[in-house]
Ligand binder design. Structure first.
Ligand SMILES: [Zn+2]
Length: 222
């Protein structure tokens, strides 16, 4: 299943809302239908089949039973998650920050895929802010029902990939089907955009799965 976590080389100049990303992907992949979301840090998962061309529903996950559709999420420190199955033509893309993780949006996306016939589901977590840089308040630790991965100078650091991996394995997915690109968006030079490093007007990292010929520069899903 083709999927990609794009570096800033392909996403330069894209900001905030879904429109510019949708236009850019339409230019890069002219033969594919592109689905982008108006992301709101929720646990809402849309179905590509219910979305009209050019509409951007308020949701943070999207699932499709037609893998020729390109599903896209935008992040800038949150975890982009791309999902597929060995045994059914079902794909999904999810935007998961700490709020989405607290709401268990990825286990909910797994449930949607299982309800659509998938059994051997793969989950791939893309570049996100790492435990090297992600200092958080106690309220985030509590919302995630976890423990800090690191303490430094009275500050608490958490690893969103670890929290997500544990949530996914609890749903019954085999550990070897949980994949990870370990790059930290905040301290990996200029390869990725980072809200924490650059502020709210930073660009967006684009992750996409599906399509007839999804060949963008960046990191293919492992
Ligand atoms: Zn870092």
């Amino acid at each position: 299943m083709p999927g990609i976590f794009c570096s800033s080389r392909v996403t330069q100049g894209l900001h905030g809302g879904p429109e510019t990303t949708w236009e850019r992907l339409r230019q890069l992949l002219p033969d594919s239908r592109i689905v982008c979301l108006k992301q709101i840090h929720s646990d809402v998962i849309a179905r590509a089949e219910d979305i009209s061309e050019g509409d951007f529903p308020e949701a943070d996950g999207v699932i499709s039973c037609d893998p020729s559709v390109v599903l896209c999420v935008r992040t800038a420190d949150c975890v982009p998650v791309l999902m597929w199955a060995d045994d059914a033509p079902v794909i999904a893309a999810v935007h998961a920050g700490w709020r989405g993780l607290a709401l268990k949006i990825v286990p909910k996306a797994v449930q949607c895929m299982v309800a659509s016939g998938a059994r051997r589901v793969h989950v791939s977590m893309g570049p996100a802010i790492g435990p090297c840089c992600y200092a958080v308040g106690r309220e985030v630790i509590e919302a995630l029902r976890t423990e800090p991965d690191r303490h430094l100078d009275g500050r608490l650091f958490v690893d969103l990939h670890r929290v997500l991996r544990n949530q996914v394995i609890e749903t019954g997915i085999a550990p070897e089907n949980v994949h990870q690109v370990k790059a930290c968006t905040c301290c990996s030079g200029s390869s990725y955009y980072s809200y924490r490093r650059d502020g709210e007007f930073t660009g967006r990292n684009v992750s996409a799965i599906g399509g007839k010929s999804c060949s963008l520069p960046g990191l293919p899903v492992p």
